[in-house]
Structures are given as C-alpha cells and as structure tokens.
Design a protein around this ligand. Structure first.
Ligand code: NAP
Length: 296
C-alpha cells in the first residue's frame, strides 16, 4: 500500500518553484506576489490563510494578507479587489471562503480579474477549463492532478469515480479527469446527494480511482472500495475531541484504517490533498506572474 504523501509531493512542487523564484531574483526581477483577503475570524479559514502565506514565504513569493472584520460591506470588499486588480505588483488574488452571509460569494469571485484568479473559481476560467483551454485550474483539483503526476498514477482508460459535485472540487475534478490531458482520459462517474446509497456503493466499488469530496467524515468504508484502487480523500472536517490538544481532530471523508486494507494507494488526512491545494495555488500564482495566460 502506497501512502500518497502530500508532504513529499508538495515539497517537490515547491522546490521547483523556489528555484524559479531564485532565478528571477538573481536576474534582478521581482518575485511573484499573492494577495489574500480574509474576512472575519473563522478558525479554519485563519489556519488555511496562514498556511498559504507561510508557503509563499517558503517558495520565495511575496504575499500580503488583507483582513476585514465580518461586518465588512460588499462594496468595501469590491473596492479592495478593484485596487488589487489594478496593482501591477500583485499577480494573484484569493478571497478565502466562506464569506459572511450578507456577502454574495459569486459577485466577489466574479470581481477578481480572470488573469489574477489563482484559485481558478472565476466563470471565465471554469469555462476555459471545460473547453480544455489554457487557464487556472481550481486549486484543489489541480493539487490532485499534481499528486497523481508526482506518484505516476495512470488515469488513461481507468474508471474514475468522483463523489461530490461542488463548483470548487467535485465538478471540476470530474471534468479534468475525463479531459484529453495528462492525468485525464479516464471514464468518469460523478455521484452526489441524489445518488441512492445502494447505487453509490455499486459505483464506488468499480472505481480504479476514487476521489471523495463530500465533507462527511469517514463516509467511504472498506465495502465501497475496489481492491487495488487509488483513493484520493479531499474531505477536511473538524470533529470535536476533548482528548485532542486543540479540542478537535481533522477527519477525512474516507475511513483511512479501512481503506488501507483494500486500496493500492491512499491520501492521508491531514497531510494529503490539503497540502497539494496550496501547491496548486502557488503554481497558479507563478503562472499568473509569467503572464502566459491567454497568450500561449
Ligand atoms: P460542498 O460544497 O459542501 O459539496 C459537497 C458535495 O458532496 C455536494 O456536491 C453534495 O451533493 C455531495 N454530497 C453530500 N452528501 C452526500 C452523500 N450522502 N452522498 C453523495 N454525495 C453527497 O463541499 P466542498 O467544498 O466540495 O468540500 C468537500 C469537502 O472537501 C469538505 O470536507 C471540505 O472541507 C473539503 N475541502 C478540502 C480541500 C482541501 O484542500 N483538501 C479544499 C476544499 C474543500 P449535492 O451537490 O447534491 O448537495
């Protein structure tokens, strides 16, 4: 059984980016710069943004963290995004989700210039991805592709099953795996809340590659796994645990202990896809910097 270790795969991506950044700096150029907007003080969001900023530092990128309290108005956020869009020293902009209820996520995402949309959520970029055009791939599915690439996992001709159809993970993942591209060319089944559980079990049992993004801890059990499958667990849920130092534990969507008895390869949680999402985000930021977007 192979552990698809996100620390190893993301370190390889980051080492290559660091080399590129060092070469840029040696040539007297500035480094890529990521601007992150954080609204409120949601614990998980704080952790994710802090990690993204730290990873920028580790790869020699510049970063800025712009914080707002959760009573910020939509207009204030839009004004900040407009400023960052116009700033030629900022290559990538990300707005950490979720946003407070009084703010329209879609409006905010669409305000980010598509050329700076390093999370890959803008409808223009999603449209380009669907058509197989050069674009920013949404950071989490991109991270999964980078993970598959790093561990040389063949997807061509395989049956890939994706559970979950969100705009940021499941749906783009299913499109990418079925596309004519490296880490693509799979036959893909996409399951969701309306897939009856008995049907879902039959489908996941056929998966050579199973990607799970539902947000339900340990949703996938041994009986749902094909022997020898590759399991990609995207789920991250904080589960209360009084015995844990922080009062909670991070759980994936796959029962890891059960999965390792049947699968050929499994991503751990934490230490799997989460780290690869950041690697995807950094790669997109370098891409934004290089300005290749729309031009090759
Ligand atoms: P989401 O927007 O809540 O989407 C969950 C998806 O799961 C929906 O499509 C939903 O179906 C489907 N679903 C829910 N219950 C189901 C069931 N019983 N059977 C089959 N499908 C079911 O979540 P998300 O943003 O995609 O995130 C999913 C998980 O990944 C969360 O734990 C999140 O924290 C984690 N995540 C991790 C990373 C990372 O970097 N590792 C990044 C993003 C998200 P419907 O569409 O029918 O409602």
């Amino acid at each position: 059984m192979l552990v698809l270790d996100g620390k190893i795969a993301s370190a390889a991506v980051k080492a290559s980016l660091l080399q590129q950044t060092q070469a840029l700096k040696a040539a007297g150029k500035r480094a890529p710069h990521l601007a992150a907007i954080l609204v409120g003080n949601n614990g998980a969001s704080e952790t994710y943004v802090a990690s993204k900023v730290k990873n920028c530092e580790e790869t020699g990128f510049g970063s800025s963290l712009i914080r707002f309290t959760d009573d910020v108005s939509e207009a204030e956020l839009l004004a900040e995004i407009a400023e960052l869009n116009a700033d030629s020293n900022v290559d990538g902009i990300l707005v950490q989700l979720p946003l407070p209820k009084h703010i329209d996520d879609e409006k905010i995402i669409e305000a980010i210039h598509p050329d700076k949309d390093v999370d890959g959520f803008h409808p223009t970029n999603i449209g380009r991805m669907v058509q197989g055009l050069d674009t920013f791939i949404p950071a989490t599915p991109y991270g999964v592709l980078l993970m598959l690439e790093h561990f040389n996992i063949e997807t061509k001709g395989k049956h890939a099953v994706v559970v979950g159809r969100s705009n940021i993970v499941g749906r783009p993942m299913s499109i990418l795996l079925s596309s004519e591209r490296p880490q693509g060319n799979a036959s893909v089944s996409l399951c969701h809340r309306h897939t009856p559980k008995e049907e879902l079990i039959k489908i996941t049992q056929q998966a050579d590659i199973l990607v799970v993004a539902v947000g339900i801890p340990e949703f996938i059990t041994a009986d749902m796994i094909k022997p020898g499958a590759v399991i990609i667990d995207v789920g991250i849920t904080r589960v209360e645990d009084a015995t844990a130092k922080k009062g909670f534990r991070i759980k994936g969507d796959v029962n890891y202990e059960q999965a390792i008895t049947k699968a050929a390869a499994v991503t751990p949680v934490p230490g799997g896809v989460g780290l690869m999402t950041i690697a995807g985000l950094l790669k997109n930021t370098m891409k934004a910097y290089e300005g290749k977007f729309y031009h090759n």
